[in-house]
Design a protein. Structure first.
Length: 529
């Protein structure tokens, strides 16, 4: 569901407002949820509004543009992919002065031979949704139309992310032209108009902001880098609030801010933090609304642990006949009828823009939300109850950061948003210390142990171990003992056993049994010397 909560947007500098959206609905604190009526795989990327206060949302997953009229509780498909021919939509921008809704059409998961035809800036009638004009991207399918800003004279400027350039559409023109191209603009994304008519942009991949003056003849002036007062992490949507005040979304940083330009400085005033994946926002009816694109939920199988529609990356709690257990955090809820599927990405950053290759449709009701006990798990390998009834879990991290977690209902354990280690290829992942809203591991291992299983000891052969957790190590070929005391855990001992131990269990007589991961493997009984 897309959620939006907010307060009045008056006096934004230093004041709070909230508006948030995920992949299937929009909700206002004052009016309740505004649901986007559609099946799964919406992945909203941008939102805009007209002077009346209607909201328009572009879908990068379906190529649909949804509309929620002011005061309505439901957003419905307004411009369908069947009618428009669009496969995926990034930026959208409503311009009341010319009665135009601009939309960045991209190829999405379409085959390469169709990419050029789909890579366009599209213009629609803002009142009826009827197509007005198509403007192919210079560069064809290799270009990525990301977002749009329109100057007071009606000139449209378009950020082209892959080429590191800004395109221009003059009033009355029939084609886009390259206005400025520069290596510093690699990954250019958000775009808006400044008080003096300059074009202000950010770069999603390098976390930078620039001001580009517009000369009297319309040519681009010297690109001037702005100095933000705080580090920008994945800056995305950028919208003017008038003058040199802007709203900006930072997907990786999980932050929505007001940005005030003073000379060559950009004062970043956070309005909301802890909203990873936020991509865009708009002002409507005196409120600010923002959306969360959920790109990472569709990308890496491990990322899907935070998507309520998919069981991957979750711990499920079921009855013995396989039904959702009563008392689960989302008991009674159902998920989307279908979910997108992608090829595995090389890291968590690349995963955010990986194309959808197919859609999986559930054969019946999607009970994933009702089944879910906890989420945000990367690769769970062991699950066991301590003597006091608490549930513990071990899971593999990426290049480090294996975890021991105390599992509690409804909590999010952070993957892929955070980890105590980088991706396998070295691409960094934010630390759990940056996200107090997510549950941290009680213990973590770097270098990895590659945990095989988890069990709690109760027996007579090793009475000094009673109540301790035992964790087998595949990578370290070891067995570790951990002292558990309520919600805390302390590493006590580690023994090298020279075998990749996938499973460790306690026999009725108190002996340990260890199962080796090898071909041929072995089954070992462990007793005191």
């Amino acid at each position: 569901m897309i959620k939006l909560t907010m307060r009045s947007a008056a006096g934004l500098a230093g004041a709070g407002w909230l508006a948030m959206a995920s992949a299937a609905a929009v909700a206002a604190a004052t009016a309740g949820p505004i649901e986007i009526k559609d099946t799964g795989g919406i992945f909203p990327e941008s939102v805009t509004s007209n002077a009346r206060g209607d909201l328009f949302v572009g879908s990068s997953g379906k190529g649909t543009i949804y509309r929620a009229r002011r005061g309505e509780r439901t957003a419905t498909a307004w411009i369908s992919p069947e009618a428009s021919g669009m496969a995926a939509v990034l930026g959208v921008l409503a311009v009341d002065k010319t009665n135009t809704l601009y939309a960045c059409s991209i190829a999405g998961a379409a085959p390469p031979e169709k990419a050029a035809a789909l890579s366009q800036l599209r213009a629609f009638d803002l009142k009826t949704g009827a197509a007005k004009a198509d403007y192919p991207m210079p560069g064809g399918g290799a270009a990525l139309c990301n977002d749009i800003a329109v100057a007071a004279d009606g000139t449209a400027y378009v950020s082209e992310t892959r080429g590191g350039q800004v395109l221009r559409l003059k009033p009355g023109a029939t084609s886009l032209e390259v206005w400025v191209k520069d290596p510093s603009l690699g990954g250019v994304d958000g775009i808006a108009m400044g008080a003096d008519g300059a074009v202000v942009v950010n770069t999603v991949s390098t976390g930078r902001m620039f001001r580009i003056p517009v000369g009297a003849d319309g040519a681009a002036g010297a690109i001037a880098e702005l100095k933000p007062s705080a580090k920008l992490e994945g800056p995305d949507g950028l919208r003017s609030l008038g003058g040199d005040r802007f709203l900006q979304a930072e997907g990786r940083g999980g932050r929505v801010s007001e940005v005030v330009l003073v000379g060559d400085k950009a004062l970043v005033l956070p309005l909301k933090t802890g909203v990873s994946g936020v991509t865009a926002m708009t002002m409507a009816g005196g409120q600010v609304w923002y959306i969360i694109a959920k790109f990472n939920y569709r990308s890496d199988p491990a990322l899907k642990g935070k998507d309520p529609n998919q069981p991957l990356g979750k711990i499920l709690r079921l009855t013995l006949d396989g039904k959702p257990a009563p008392g689960n955090p989302q008991a009674g809820k159902t998920g989307a009828a279908s979910v997108p599927v992608i090829d595995p990405a090389k890291n968590t950053e690349a995963a955010k823009t990986a194309p959808v290759v197919r859609t999986y449709t559930f054969p019946g009701p999607n009970l994933t939300p009702a089944e879910t006990w906890s989420m945000g798990h990367r690769t769970p390998y062991g699950l066991a109850f301590a003597p006091d009834g608490r549930l513990w879990e071990v899971e593999h991290g990426p290049r480090g950061g294996d975890e021991l977690n105390l599992i509690e209902p409804g909590k999010n354990y952070g993957w892929p948003l955070v980890s105590y280690a980088p991706n396998y290829d070295g691409v960094p992942i934010p630390s759990p210390d940056t996200r107090p809203d997510l549950a941290k591991p009680v213990l973590y291992w770097t270098p990895v142990i590659a945990p095989g299983n988890l069990t709690f000891y109760k027996g007579k052969m090793f009475p000094q171990w009673n109540g301790s957790a035992l964790v087998s190590g595949l990578g370290t070929k070891s067995l570790s003992r951990i002292v558990i005391n309520g919600a805390t855990a302390t590493s006590a001992e580690r023994w090298t056993v020279d075998h990749r131990i996938r499973d460790v269990e306690v026999g009725p007589d108190g002996a340990l049994w260890m199962l080796e991961d090898a071909n041929p493997g072995g089954l070992f009984r462990v007793t005191p010397k």
